[in-house]
Design a protein around this ligand. Structure first.
Ligand SMILES: Nc1ncnc2c1ncn2[C@@H]1O[C@H](COP(=O)(O)OP(=O)(O)OP(=O)(O)O)[C@@H](O)[C@H]1O
Length: 321
């Protein structure tokens, strides 16, 4: 459904060249739910804007829904739905009017647009809200409307750029459930961007991790996490004792991929239950008071840390997420 080869985009800004996307190869088969996961500025939106014909690539090729991105952008546009960050709805319209207008923009007759609006409102649980003014909708309801607008012309593939940003956890989970339903009932290919690791993990068939404009890993969430063998241990100590805690941990032969994240030392071990008693004794012996010791299953953050040396959360936090 989506194939790209060496897709790249640079921008010129203030006399500088910014290589936002540095040549990515992406393959998304029909019906798959794929997440493009990356920290702020990784190149997610730029990739989406290229694939939805809003900006031209500076290099590379792509086919989207059977149409060549460069040779036939109009063909691509007819076959895709794109739900941008923040959406673009008119607050003064009623929900059903907004969707019907969008349908007419895609060349439908009024009657056809009305029929399709009825269907997508049903699919996204908007029927009860059909008469409401858009400006009175909650954040979650508005995101559902944005998605309805992207689906009105029954595209086989839909691009959702950070669909859950700004929503509370409950609305986020509800939105994902609806997106899932669309996939299973209509077979729609769904390509999503997010910087929420847990959502990428829970809701994707496949995750593509992008960082500084390059794909650094991809696979099912399970396959990606399996690359981090064993358990991850995280010990929190007073910040001035971090170097001593690192030294103690490094002496434990089976600890690997050791990183300092904030006031904690994070590392992997093949078997946490075997090494924890040794670790506790060693920290005690070195007179390092531990505030907490956690043993957790690896997450996608561990993969990111392993590949980049940075914690995904720290990256996201440092840019105000
Ligand atoms: N029009 C533009 N002009 C100059 N630089 C741009 C432009 N659009 C994007 N960039 C830069 O390209 C890089 C990638 O941006 P992009 O918006 O694709 O990232 P993102 O992964 O979507 O980030 P976020 O999660 O914050 O939305 C960033 O360094 C950004 O500042």
């Amino acid at each position: 459904m989506i194939t790209t080869r060496g897709l790249a985009r640079s921008f010129k800004s203030g006399g500088q060249r910014i290589d936002a996307v540095k040549g990515v190869d992406i393959d998304v088969p029909a019906g798959e739910g794929v997440t493009l996961l990356g920290p702020n500025g990784a190149g997610k939106t730029t990739s989406f804007r290229m694939l939805t014909t809003l900006i031209r690539p500076t290099a590379g090729t792509a086919t989207v829904a059977g149409h060549d991105l460069l040779a036939d952008p109009a063909g691509v546009r007819r076959r895709i739905g794109y739900v941008a960050q923040g959406g673009g709805t008119n607050g003064e319209h009623r929900v059903h009017e907004e969707i019907e207008l969008q349908g007419q923009l895609y060349g439908m007759s009024r009657a056809e647009a009305r029929r399709r609006a009825g269907e997508v409102m049903e699919q996204l649980d908007l029927t009860e809200l059909r008469k409401r003014l858009v400006k009175t909708l909650s954040g979650g309801q508005r995101r559902r409307l944005d998605i309805a607008l992207g689906l009105v012309h029954s595209p086989p593939v839909v691009f959702l750029d950070e669909p859950t940003t700004g929503l509370d956890p409950q609305s986020r989970a509800a939105l994902w459930r609806r997106v899932h339903r669309l996939r299973s009932e209509l077979g729609t290919t769904v390509f999503v961007t997010t910087h929420y690791l847990e959502e990428a993990d829970a809701f994707s068939d496949r995750v593509i991790i992008i960082d500084h404009g390059r794909i650094i890993a991809e696979g099912t969430p399970e396959a990606l996490k399996a690359k981090v063998a064993g358990h991850r241990v995280e010990i929190t100590v007073p910040i001035e004792l971090i170097p001593s805690a690192v030294a103690v941990t490094e002496r434990l032969a089976d600890a690997s991929n050791l990183f300092v994240v904030g006031d904690s030392v994070r590392f992997q071990v093949p078997k946490a239950d075997v090494m924890l008693p040794h670790l506790i004794r060693a920290l005690d012996f070195a007179q390092i008071p531990t505030m907490s010791i956690q043993v957790v299953q690896p997450t996608l953050d561990d993969i990111f840390l392993l590949l980049t040396g940075r914690s995904f959360r720290d990256d996201a936090n440092s840019t105000g997420m």
